[in-house]
Design a protein around this ligand. Sequence first.
Ligand SMILES: Cc1cc2nc3c(=O)[nH]c(=O)nc-3n(C[C@H](O)[C@H](O)[C@H](O)COP(=O)(O)OP(=O)(O)OC[C@H]3O[C@@H](n4cnc5c(N)ncnc54)[C@H](O)[C@@H]3O)c2cc1C
Length: 408
Amino acid sequence: MTKRYDVAIVGGGLVGASLACALAPLGLRVALLESVRFSVASQPSYDDRTLALSASSCRILQALEIWPAVAGSATPIREIQVREFDRPGRVLMEPGELDLDRFGHVVEAKVFGAAVMAQIPRWENLDFLCPAAVTKIDAGAELAVIHYTADGRDHRIQASLLVGADGADSFVRQSLDIETEKHDYRQTAIICNITPEQDHRGRAFECFTLTGPFAVMPHVNGRCGLIWCVSTDQAALMMEMPETEFLREAHRRFGNHLGKFLKIGRRSSYPLRLVRALEDVRPGAVILGNAAHAIHPVGAQGFNLGLRDVAVLAELLQDESRKGADANYGNIDLLTRYSDWRKPDQAGTIAYSDGLARIFSNPTRLAAAARTAGILAHAFVPSLRRQLAVRSMGYRGRTPRLAAGEPL
Ligand SMILES: Cc1cc2nc3c(=O)[nH]c(=O)nc-3n(C[C@H](O)[C@H](O)[C@H](O)COP(=O)(O)OP(=O)(O)OC[C@H]3O[C@@H](n4cnc5c(N)ncnc54)[C@H](O)[C@@H]3O)c2cc1C
C-alpha cells in the first residue's frame, strides 16, 4: 500500500531538513526525501562552507532546538568591515548601532548538518528516506504522488502537500513546470579555511573586487572562512595553485588586517548564478530555499532567506493543523498566503545581493567613482550605515513567530 503523508519534503539539505524539524513537533506526518547521505563527502548541502547566520536565523534555530548543538562551534560576528580593493574608504558596521551585541554567528554547514541529523530520529511521525532520489512526480491539488528510487528499487508515497527544497536545479520545480529567470555571474566562489597570524576578534571583512567579493569570516580556533570570488576562467588555476602561492595572493588581495595567512584547508569551488523561480506555489505544492531562489553569496543571505521561508510556511501549516481532520495542507489559499507573505522579503533580498554583485563588478570609471562615493557616504553618515547594517542582517518584513524567537 502507498503510504500517505501530510507533507512530503523533497531535498534534505539545509532548508528541507530545517523545515522537517519545524513540522515534526506539530504532529504532522512528514516524509523527508534526500538523495545523498549526510556522511558522504559529496553531500552538496552540508559541505565545508562557513555560513554567516543572522540574529533572526539564530532565533529560528533556537526555537527549533537545533541551536544548542551548533552553539559550541559558532563564532559571533562583532564587527563588519566593507571596502573596495585598491580604492579609498571603508565602512565599519558595529552591532551596537542596531542595539545588538553581535550581528549573528558563523557556523560550518557540516556542523549544522550534524545538529539537524541528530534531531530527525526524535520524531516517530517523521520518516527520513535517504538515500532516496525522487524521479517522478504526479502533482495534484488533492494529493501528490512522489516516485523515488532507493536500494535500486522504485517506490512511491503520497502527500497532501509536496514541498520542493531540492536546490537550484530543482527537479520538483521542473516537474511543476515553473519557469525561472537565470543569470550567470561568470564568477566562481572558492572557499576554504585559513589561519591568519592575528586573532580575528569576531571581525568579518568583505572586500569587493571586479571579479566579485573576497570575504573573510571569523571562525573557531583562530581560523577564518575565506570566500574568494574569481572570474570563472581563472577558477581552475586558482584551485590548483600551490598553497603558499594561493596564501600569498590572498594576502595581497586582503591586506595586512590580520597579519600573514599561515595555513589553508581544502579548497572547494562553486560557479555562481542567480536562479529565481517566477512562481513558488501550485495547488498542493510549494518550492522554497534554493529551489525558489539561488542567489549570489555576497552579503551571505541565501540560507538566511531560506530559513525565513521555513518559518513562514511552518507557521501557516500550524494554523491549518488546528482544523484537525478538516486540515488541508495543500490548499491553494494557504499557499497563496505563504507566497504573498514571502514576496517582499524574497524580492528585496534578491535585489540586494544581485545589485551588489553587479555594481561591484562593473569596470567603468563612472561606476568606480559612484562606488567610492557610496562607500565614503556610508562611512560618514550613520543613518546610511544603519540601513546597510539592517540590510546585511536580512530584510525585516512581517516577522514570523519562529523568527521572533517564539515557539510555533
Ligand atoms: C560559497 C557559498 C557561500 C555561502 N555562504 C552563505 C552564508 O554565509 N550565509 C547564508 O545564509 N547562505 C550562504 N550561502 C547560501 C546557502 O548555501 C544556500 O542558500 C543553501 O545551501 C540552500 O539550501 P537548500 O537546502 O535550499 O538547497 P541545497 O543546499 O542545494 O540542498 C538541496 C538538497 O536537495 C537534495 N536533492 C536534490 N535533488 C534531489 C532529488 N531529486 N531527490 C532527493 N533529494 C534531492 C540535494 O542532495 C541536497 O541535499 C552560500 C552559498 C555559497 C555557494
